[in-house]
Design a protein around this ligand. Structure first.
Ligand code: SF4
Length: 474
């Protein structure tokens, strides 16, 4: 997927004015936040699980080369094949060549963010293959020719009306001549359209929530069962996954699954948790003839041990998106690439470059909710600040902002002078704003006051008020 992350500001402005999007975004609270809260509250050992999950991921990352090779060995032993890809291009080429070797025409796909990252649909379509997304949300945005706007709910920005229109426009030629408006009938219509696709697919492509080194298995969690039809019915199953998805044992995966479902959708467990271990064996009733795993690096091994290392613990639950006030206001498309919200604002600059995506780490209030809810204890605000420092050092941020920071740093390093100047400024603003009680515009803060008024200060600084409150009454 081509990045438009540089255009965050203009896209965010449009998103805030888009009433349809704003309506769709209000569902995030009841769909994700409240449900997560309820299931987390019902599990007293949730914090202990988080700690264990973090330890599992850190242990694996510290021995990543070992566990990846172990995984490959086990996949081979099961009759499958692992393909290593440093770059998105290599990964897409490998997938296309597996499809060509299988003389495939039709490809079904389960939801996979890494497949968006490597833009595999474009590569497959360029090679003349027919690709159909089978996750309902992915299917909706494929019809709309849009990228996903959320990592677990790709069509969260669409209202029911939008989906009715889309299905009506695209399915008429398939014999569905009525415009359906109820969710069950819309789902049923998609199911009927997709059934033929499942049955005629030569290759099924899925992602992986986890890779298990000790068994050579890949794991996906879904709520629709489309993943199972994608990996069981076609002759060839290709799993595409990034390298940090590997964990040592089956038992480790069960710990992480308990964290993932609760943090993502507020479920104790998703409707389907599917383990794929190699191609069909002689005693199996179904399954693919070939099983391939494409392991994608795309800059992840460079993150190992550097200041962004902790981001590699991410299990893509989406909780940080759901709880982010910025994501909740502008939705996912404003972020301009595959991964939106706080986790995306950390990952995107690492993958498409800070020059392109430098506005994303600044699109955060640093309120800390994302870190609070992250099941992997990833310090997202700290990682966003690392990007801001790099942006400042590389002189990529606007010169005016850099000068303002330099000026602030000058005073911040001299606390007595800082307090004196602050007190002087507060008194001046208090006098100037005394009548109206607030400022509609302030010099040097025009962006801030463009959308809000600033209340006039009361006439003393916080420190002065604090001292007064602490001193004993006479
Ligand atoms: S950063 Fe944390 S909360 Fe956000 S998607 Fe990753 S694991 Fe989930």
């Amino acid at each position: 997927m081509k990045s438009t992350a540089h255009a965050f500001k203009s896209k965010a402005t449009l998103a805030l004015r888009n009433t349809n999007l704003q309506k769709a975004l209000t569902r995030t609270k009841s769909h994700f936040i409240d449900k997560r809260r309820a299931t987390v509250d019902a599990l007293p050992e949730f914090d202990a699980l988080r700690q264990r999950g973090r330890e599992i991921k850190e242990h694996t990352l510290a021995h990543l080369d070992f566990y990846l090779e172990y995984f490959e060995k086990q996949v081979n032993a099961n009759g499958g094949q692992v393909h290593w890809a440093d770059t998105p291009q290599t990964a897409s080429e490998q997938i296309v060549s597996i499809c060509k070797a299988a003389k495939a025409q039709y490809v079904t796909k389960g939801k996979s963010m890494i497949s968006e990252e490597i833009a595999v649909n474009n590569a497959l379509e360029k090679a003349g293959l027919n690709v159909v997304e089978t996750d309902l949300g992915e299917y909706i945005i494929q019809l709309a020719k849009e990228p996903p706007s959320h990592i677990i709910a790709p069509a969260v920005h669409k209202t029911r009306d939008n989906v009715s229109d889309l299905f009506y426009n695209h399915h008429q030629k398939l014999g569905f001549t009525q415009r359906q408006t109820e969710i069950p009938t819309l789902v049923n219509e998609a199911r009927q359209v997709l059934r033929d696709k499942f049955l005629s697919a030569d290759v099924g492509i899925t992602g992986a929530n986890f890779l298990i080194a000790e068994t050579g298995s890949t794991v996906i969690v879904t709520n629709e069962g489309n993943g199972d039809l994608t990996n069981t019915l076609p002759r060839v199953h290709i799993v595409v996954a990034s390298i940090e998805k590997v964990v040592p044992t089956l038992e480790d995966v069960t710990t992480l699954l308990r964290l993932l479902a609760r943090s993502a959708t507020g479920q104790e467990i998703t409707s389907y948790t599917t383990f794929s271990t190699g191609p069909r064996r002689s005693e199996d009733l179904d399954g693919p003839d070939e099983f391939h795993v494409v392991l994608v690096d795309n800059g992840r091994s460079e993150m190992l041990g550097n200041e962004f290392h902790e981001m590699l613990r991410c299990i893509r639950c989406g909780a940080c998106l759901n709880h982010c006030p910025v994501y909740g206001s502008v939705g996912g498309h404003a972020y301009g690439w595959v991964y939106p919200g706080p986790m995306g604002s950390v990952l995107t600059p690492l993958m498409v470059g800070l020059k392109e995506a430098g506005s994303l780490p600044n699109a955060s209030t640093l309120c800390g909710r994302c870190e609070d809810v992250c099941p992997m204890h990833i310090p997202l605000p700290k990682l966003l600040r690392h990007h801001r420092v790099k942006e400042y050092e590389a002189k990529l941020s606007p010169a005016r902002g850099r000068w303002a920071l330099k000026l602030w740093a000058f005073f911040a390093k001299r606390p007595r002078l800082y307090h004196r100047v602050a007190a002087l400024k507060i008194r001046l603003l208090s006098k100037l704003g005394y009548r109206q009680g607030s400022f509609r515009r302030l010099p040097f803060a025009s962006n801030w006051t463009a959308t809000r008024d600033m209340p006039a200060p009361q006439g003393e600084t916080f420190m002065e008020a604090w001292k007064k409150a602490k001193s004993p009454p006479h």
